[in-house]
Design a protein around this ligand. Structure first.
Ligand code: 0O2
Length: 221
């Protein structure tokens, strides 16, 4: 990979890319854990089931650059690859997705660059997920680097679907047989239905427990 530090951030080697993007990833992960802990403290409920974080492999980055017609340089990586640092937040319910996205948007040092709402507008494949490209400041000894992180937020059920679809996509190099693609679309509908029913069940349980908590206990008189 050609080394060429003209990306405005002074990032000039793969080692430095790894250092800076790993730092950004850790920051976002910690922020999410803090939000989750605070939510548990205030509402006695965890919106986040679990978090997965990864740095994209150099092979994957080169492939992505090639696909978009860019040369494999450090410069182009920093400028054009938005998901070198990627974090996936898995939650229980669809409502949690928007709650988390709002909380992220309200963090003072996080700048939201783009949002792709594949929850409200799923892809024709059936893919559902909420994507945000954000930047966080990484403080180095001599400068601050605003570093891009891709955040994907989805439910457990959506994640299950996306993992299998991703495997199939790679296995058939993006050209899966028609019956498999339509079966995946059917499964995506089942996933949406399951998410909606689980959310409605959870809302009903919450309302019932609220009513129960409001009834004074018989022995308190
Ligand atoms: P990989 O192999 O997972 O890394 P951008 O990253 O914004 O420059 P794009 O594709 O316009 O490029 O962004 P988008 O639509 O937000 O997708 C980003 C990532 O979401 C993809 O990364 C996938 O991981 C995931 N994704 C998007 N569409 C689908 C889909 O239909 N099925 C599944 N399973 N995952 C999807 P990469 O780099 O394209 O792929």
């Amino acid at each position: 990979m050609e080394l060429n530090a003209n990306n405005g951030e002074g990032i000039d080697s793969w080692k430095e890319v790894t250092l800076i993007y790993s730092a950004a990833l850790r920051q976002v992960e910690t922020k999410m854990q803090i939000l989750n802990d605070e939510f548990q403290h205030v509402h006695q409920y965890n919106p986040i089931e679990h978090i997965k974080a990864r740095i994209k492999t150099p092979e994957s980055i080169v492939k992505k650059l090639k696909r978009s017609g860019y040369e494999s340089t450090i410069d182009n990586m920093v400028k054009y690859v938005n998901d070198i640092a990627g974090i996936r937040i898995i939650c229980s319910f669809t409502s949690d997705i928007f709650r988390i996205a709002t909380m992220i948007g309200e963090q003072r040092d996080i700048k939201v660059i783009t949002v792709k709402d594949y929850i409200t507008f799923p892809k024709t494949s059936g893919y559902k997920s909420y994507h945000m490209i954000v930047t966080v400041p990484v403080y180095l000894s001599d400068r601050t680097v605003e570093t891009k992180v891709e955040i994907q937020i989805r439910t457990v059920a959506m994640d299950f679907w996306a993992s299998l679809e991703h495997k199939i996509h790679y296995k058939f190099e993006g050209d899966a047989p028609e019956h498999i693609r339509s079966e995946l679309v059917e499964c995506a509908k089942l996933v949406s239905d399951l998410d909606a029913r689980m959310l409605s069940l959870n809302n009903e349980i919450s309302e019932l427990s609220q009513v129960r908590d409001e009834i004074p206990a018989a022995d308190s008189k």
